[in-house]
Design a protein around this ligand. Structure first.
Ligand SMILES: Nc1nc2c(c(=O)[nH]1)N[C@H]1C(S)=C(S)[C@@H](COP(=O)(O)OP(=O)(O)OC[C@H]3O[C@@H](n4cnc5c(=O)[nH]c(N)nc54)[C@H](O)[C@@H]3O)O[C@H]1N2
Ligand SMILES: Nc1nc2c(c(=O)[nH]1)N[C@H]1C(S)=C(S)[C@@H](COP(=O)(O)OP(=O)(O)OC[C@H]3O[C@@H](n4cnc5c(=O)[nH]c(N)nc54)[C@H](O)[C@@H]3O)O[C@H]1N2
Ligand code: SF4
Ligand SMILES: [Mo]
Length: 698
């Protein structure tokens, strides 16, 4: 089968061929895809065996790509609202009519104040072209509000910036050579499968695997040990580990002296955290903390895979900082299989200014809206602090009505009759239901893109494998055409999707190699911090952050209790976390029948003791509630939940819930200590037996 013949017009393509691509989803693995196309139809999507990190293996979700792409409910024409706001009723219109009307509406609002227009996007596709190129140029030129894209990773990202100097760390492939791996706040089997393959290799070679997670996840089950702490207590644990490293002398004094900043004050801080203190806060046996410290202090090489699960609580930034300090205490960085990895994305030399063109804002400095607080912000009136009331929202690559916290408030905001909402989508999601216009977007099989990764260090190229389905257009094309209709005449608005692919890395990555192989490996050293060289201002691992101290924050990592701390509320005694479901990707794939079937139905895992105390039987309907609202789902009595903590696996579409809500009805808009991120896992609830029909009209 010839490779990549899809660059020829599809109609003339050979009867069967394969096309190299990249998985677009918000997943650390960024797999290399091979799509088999027969007579212009994508019949199979597989992992590229030639790409080492992918190893020819895809997750169950993306193996179903053709099912999603050719789904009967795919949006194939522009749609205009024909019923009351939020009713989900639409009629097809032509692209001309839709684009002309949208351009006219946005032009009228911009004439009064362009900041009343807000873009809302996240990582529905992580592609640099379809996610952060022409769209950004468009909104920058328009003078629209900026968006703080904070819904996932800003607390941990900022914490890494203040500690290591960026989202940098161990190379993922060397986890395979570690002798001890801490899997910290990560359900790797679910959400980082290709890291798990390396961890399995290490396990086969004798490594010990320890999982640190409030939930007995699929991953926790397969590790040698599981430390099942309360949510939001990771910094206490990390500080207690430091305490033990110090009192037992498991320290690399040479590394500390040469490559770290602030060791003396950190030492003093850590000495205030004996394991007993942490054990009480984390609600785990003190011996388990001592044993973990001994293992970490005495095993070489020791590696930490921390994931974003730890940082969705009030003190998420501090927790990540505390964890990120650990390898410098023991000098684990000296070995290529030692250190820590949260995200590798700062290793990528993306030419963001060229791609996004912030210069098009000229002298304007629009306000920034935080995507986490979109619920409150859509309901805010014009004021000197807030700026103008939001009049128009353009949503793409995101499903905020389902994924943003405090969704009762988000849904109220989206229901505003006077809000003009445009949604670029593949499907009629909860958010698309609230649109004035839905514009059909292409999928990864239908457009060009180029990618970074946050779980490895290869750049990937995605070629279109098939022609766009129906009248779908790529995000970049839609913004290009809107720009033309609004009279934006700068030459950058004429760049094609393929040209944008080339601009994403400019001269930094060899585009010819990308065209030829589909991926290119960045020249990152095997042990990047063996000799210091951290990308911080000091070049050292910064235990003490002068930037944080200057901002009035604690310059050293500390335990910051949750906003909603277990034991503080009699009304809501249970902590709830809502981690990713294995067969969905955030709210994507929820409508793919085979995957929905795998996942079953919206459910809450509850420990049998907590269930018994409330008269809840396995498989029955329950109402989960707090002051923000209630969520009706099925109870699953399960040891996956620890006593006192319930797990509401995410993120179902609201309209598929028993009472038209999902787990985000319960989560809050409160922010993290760093990065103004969300606190999805910092949430108290109560659970009671319920009946589905009783709540059906709630
Ligand atoms: N299948 C699948 N894969 C995904 C996703 C998905 O929805 N489904 N989502 C993708 C996205 S958007 C992201 S950001 C990435 C990373 O996504 P993450 O959100 O980091 O997901 P997980 O790796 O599942 O890790 C979350 C783990 O952290 C645990 N956890 C919750 N609170 C705490 C806490 O306070 N402390 C500790 N130690 N653990 C805690 C949860 O129980 C869960 O097992 O995964 C991506 N991959
Ligand atoms: N309770 C709870 N809530 C959470 C989380 C949690 O763990 N618990 N996780 C949070 C995290 S980590 C994240 S990252 C966010 C994710 O939130 P989002 O980024 O909103 O992710 P998705 O829900 O997957 O929605 C992405 C949408 O983009 C669309 N899309 C995909 N590709 C394209 C394209 O090329 N063009 C256009 N126009 N659309 C496209 C998909 O069809 C999909 O509907 O959710 C957060 N919400
Ligand atoms: S979602 Fe993740 S594991 Fe699945 S194919 Fe995409 S990158 Fe690979
Ligand atoms: Mo995320």
């Amino acid at each position: 089968m010839p490779l990549d013949t899809a660059i020829l017009p599809v109609a003339s393509a050979a009867a069967s061929h394969t096309v190299r691509g990249a998985c677009p989803h918000d997943c650390p693995d960024t797999c290399a895809l091979l799509t088999t196309v027969e007579n212009g139809v994508a019949v199979r999507v597989q992992g590229n065996p030639g790409h080492a990190h992918t190893g020819g293996v895809l997750c169950a979700k993306v193996s179903r790509y053709p099912e999603r792409t050719y789904h009967a409910e795919r949006i194939l024409h522009p749609l205009k609202r024909s019923g009351p706001k939020g009713s989900g009723k639409f009629t097809p219109v032509s692209w001309d009519e839709a684009l002309a009307d949208i351009a006219a509406r946005l032009t009228a609002i911009a004439a009064r104040n362009p900041e009343a227009i807000v873009p809302y996007s996240y990582a529905g596709t992580m592609g640099l072209v379809q996610g952060e190129s022409m769209d950004r140029r468009f909104f920058h030129r328009l003078g629209a509000s900026l968006l703080h894209r904070s819904i996932c990773s800003t607390a941990g990202g900022e914490a890494m910036g203040h500690t290591l100097g960026g989202k940098v760390g161990m190379k993922v492939e060397f986890f395979a050579e570690a002798k001890l791996i801490l899997i910290w706040g990560s359900n790797s089997i679910t959400s980082n499968l290709h890291f798990w393959r390396y961890a399995q290799q290490a396990k086969r070679d004798g490594a010990r695997l320890v999982c640190i997670d409030p939930r007995k996840s699929e991953t926790a089950e397969k590790c040698h040990e599981h430390l099942q702490l309360l949510p939001g207590t990771d910094a206490a644990l990390a500080l207690a580990l430091m305490h033990e490293l110090i009192v037992h002398g498991w320290l690399d004094h040479g590394y500390l002296a040469q490559h770290t900043l602030g060791w003396e004050p950190l030492r003093e801080r850590a000495l205030t955290w004996p394991p007993e203190r942490a054990a009480e806060i984390c609600a785990v046996p003190v011996e388990q903390i001592r044993a973990l410290a001994r293992a970490y202090g005495t095993t070489r090489p020791a590696a930490i895979r921390v994931n974003y699960g730890v940082q969705r609580v009030h003190g998420g930034g501090n927790a990540v900082r505390a964890i990120a300090c650990l390898p410098a205490l023991t000098g684990a960085w000296r070995h290529r299989a030692g250190g820590v990895l949260l995200s590798s994305s700062s290793h990528f030399p993306v030419q963001r200014d060229a791609l996004q063109r912030p210069d098009l804002m000229g002298a304007r400095r629009p306000r920034t809206i935080n995507m986490v607080t979109i619920g409150d912000d859509l309901l805010a009136e014009t004021s000197p602090e807030f700026g103008p009331k939001i009049e128009a929202l353009v949503v793409y690559n995101s499903n905020p009505v389902a994924v943003a916290p405090d969704s009762a408030q988000v849904a109220r905001g989206f229901a505003r009759e006077d809000l003009f909402t445009v949604v670029l989508e593949h499907f009629q999601t909860d958010t698309a239901d609230c649109a004035d216009y839905i514009l059909p977007a292409t999928t990864q099989l239908e457009h060009w893109d180029v990618h970074l990764a946050y779980g490895h260090t290869d750049v990937l190229l995605n070629r279109p494998a098939i022609a766009p389905c129906g009248q779908a257009r790529s995000n970049a094309r839609i913004f290009r055409e809107l720009a033309a209709r609004m009279g934006f005449s700068e030459p950058c608005f004429a760049d094609s999707d393929e040209q944008l692919c080339r601009q994403a890395y400019g001269e930094q990555v060899d585009f010819t190699a990308l065209l030829e192989h589909g991926f290119a490996t960045l020249p990152v050293p095997d042990a990047p911090f063996a000799h210091g060289n951290f990308p911080t201002a000091s070049g050292k691992c910064e235990f003490f952050s002068a930037a944080l101290a200057a901002a009035g924050q604690d310059g050293l990592p500390n335990h910051v209790p949750n906003h909603e701390t277990v034991g503080r509320s009699a009304a809501y005694p249970l902590a709830m976390i809502s981690p990713p479901a294995r067969n969905f990707l955030n709210s994507t794939f929820v409508n793919v029948a085979s995957l929905q079937k795998q996942e079953g139905r919206p459910l809450l895992e509850i420990h049998p003791q907590d269930a018994a105390a409330r008269g809840i039987a396995d498989g029955t309907v329950v109402r989960v509630f707090n002051d923000r609202g209630s969520y009706v789902c099925h109870a699953e009595l399960s040891e996956r939940a620890r006593p006192g903590v319930v797990n509401g696996l995410g993120v179902w579409w609201r309209k598929l819930g028993l009472a038209g809500t999902n787990v985000n009805q319960l989560t809050s808009q409160a922010l993290t200590d760093m990065g103004q991120g969300p606190t999805f896992y910092d949430c108290l609830v109560e659970v009671e037996p319920g009946k589905a029909p009783e709540f059906a009209t709630e």
